[in-house]
Ligand binder design. Structure first.
Ligand SMILES: [Ca+2]
Ligand SMILES: [Ca+2]
Ligand SMILES: [Ca+2]
Length: 204
């Protein structure tokens, strides 16, 4: 039987008596470790997602870590161009990572944020043209991504938390342009703290 399901999780050594203190596990459906895992890190893994970033037909693992963004293949090797340094000095845990093929070229782009900006990395670790985009506040939860105007290119809906002046959504096109000034609207403060937006799109 082909093992089609894997479980990915990580553990943190809070006591500080194990080094490295963060372990990324990939577990097969029979409970055994996937080859070359667990893999140790000296940074916290703040968010992770799996997808075929480099378009070779095999899933990769994308991680937003404390100070870096990393992509590893199924063997645990870094994809070319990764890890990349990406830090604002804040070690807070709420830093999401999203992946999406924004331009339909078969390669996944990586969408991350730090204080006052969002950025898109290409599948080779370079920053995509038009990014980063700056704003006041921080995106604490995952963006919603999809082609909302049916032009073949995805838009990114970023929930921005800021107490001054107010929380907002921002919607960017894949090239970093604002989708519309009209969508820079405000909403209830409490819904923003841990809420991610969702897109419900009609099938083409
Ligand atoms: Ca891959
Ligand atoms: Ca792409
Ligand atoms: Ca679009």
């Amino acid at each position: 039987m082909t093992d089609r399901k894997k479980i990915i999780f990580f553990c943190v050594d809070y006591n500080g008596d194990v080094s490295p203190g963060v372990m990324l596990y990939v577990i097969k459906s029979d409970g055994s470790n996937y080859p070359n895992f667990p893999k140790g890190y000296n940074e916290l893994i703040l968010d992770k997602v799996s997808g075929d970033v480099n378009g070779d037909g095999y899933l990769d693992i994308v991680m937003r870590m404390t100070n870096t963004v990393d992509v590893i293949d199924r063997f645990g090797n870094h994809l070319p161009g990764f890890p990349v340094n990406y830090s604002d000095g804040d070690i807070g845990p709420f830093k999401p990572v999203n992946i999406y093929d924004l331009d339909n070229d078969g390669l996944l782009e990586i969408i991350v944020c730090k204080n006052n900006e969002s950025v898109v990395f290409n599948s080779n670790g370079t920053i995509r043209n038009g990014w980063p985009q700056n704003y006041s506040g921080i995106c604490r939860t995952n963006a919603a991504i999809g082609d909302i105007d049916n032009d073949g290119m995805a838009e990114i809906v970023v929930p921005v938390y800021t107490s001054d002046p107010v929380p907002v959504f921002r919607i960017f096109r894949q090239n970093g342009e604002l989708f519309s000034q009209n969508w820079n609207f405000t909403y209830d403060l409490l819904t923003n703290w841990g809420a991610s937006p969702s897109l419900i799109l009609k099938p083409k």
